[in-house]
Design a binder for this molecule. Structure first.
Ligand code: NAP
Length: 257
């Protein structure tokens, strides 16, 4: 019987995960089906229980539920332990196991696809949602010279106006601002010479990418991270890591029309 997987979020209509996992399944000869589930904002845990109750094998979790997913699963492993956020759930022996592949995906995109080693770099991560929780520890393990987290809501992290004197080699936009065509309140001076500006939002040029490019930074979107974190989830579920480069290329071609 075909094993069932899905991505669960709100909103979720924009997700490319079904297309990515379908491509991975074709390339590796795995028999899986992968759908999108729109969970009500107050109904995440119930939707997860229903999916696995109906025979589902694994879920990807997207915004805004990654922190809630941490509370919903039975066990945490790997980076999910530190992240307190879960983006991949696997049913194993009747228990829900929570993983986090966002950080591994981001680091793979930066270091392998974009040839941008993190070691020794000054890194700023903007946002303090589930995505930030997932990536901070894997970035830290790559030994940056500095790692700062800034957020709009002050209680969660350093505020943006405390950054006025600072310069960064890598600025990661891990906020959802780009989805709404908004820009986090970042000082234009944040980009050091030769900086890389990385927006986790994908499939469009966001206001942050435009802002960064106008200040001389190289601006990229999060499509590579999306495919790399998906490949890690696929490995967790199916025991095989698919090749990512052909899928990234195909999605870029499609996005460019
Ligand atoms: P989340 O848990 O909902 O957190 C959203 C964060 O964005 C919060 O820190 C929020 O700040 C901030 N924010 C929202 N609008 C803002 C604005 N206009 N200005 C400044 N800050 C703003 O979402 P998430 O799960 O962390 O995901 C964040 C983004 O990363 C999403 O767009 C998601 O699609 C993307 N993502 C991409 C990948 C990938 O593979 N490419 C992986 C993970 C996530 P407050 O705390 O002040 O509300």
């Amino acid at each position: 019987m075909t094993d069932q997987y899905a991505v669960i979020g709100n909103p979720v209509a924009h997700s490319l995960s079904p297309a990515i996992h379908a491509a991975f399944a074709r390339a590796t000869g795995q028999d899986i089906a992968y759908e999108k589930i729109l969970a009500p904002l107050d109904g995440f845990a119930a939707a997860v229980r229903k999916f696995f109750g109906d025979g589902g094998k694994g879920l990807n979790v997207t915004l805004p539920f990654k922190r809630q997913a941490w509370d919903t699963v039975n066990f945490h492993v790997g980076y999910a332990l530190d992240a307190m956020a879960v983006n991949t759930i696997k049913l194993e022996g009747g228990k829900l196991i929570g993983h986090n592949t966002d950080g591994v995906g981001l680091v793979a995109d930066l270091e392998q696809n974009l040839q941008f080693p993190i070691q020794g770099k000054r890194v700023l991560v903007m946002g303090a949602g589930g995505a930030t929780y997932g990536v901070v520890h894997p970035i830290y393990k790559r030994e940056p010279a500095q790692l700062v987290v800034a957020n709009r809501t002050l209680q969660k992290a350093k505020a943006y106006d405390q950054l006025s004197e600072a310069h960064f080699d890598l600025v990661i936009n891990a906020t959802s601002a780009g989805l709404k065509n908004e820009m986090p309140p970042l000082p234009g001076t944040a980009f050091a010479e030769g900086a890389l500006a990385y927006d986790m939002v994908y499939g469009k040029t966001t206001p942050f990418m435009k802002f960064a490019a106008e200040r001389g930074a190289k601006a990229v979107d999060g499509l590579g991270m999306l495919v790399e974190q998906a490949a890690e989830s696929f490995l967790i579920w199916r025991g095989v890591r698919p090749q990512t480069a052909p899928v990234i290329r195909a999605l870029r071609r499609k996005a460019e029309g």
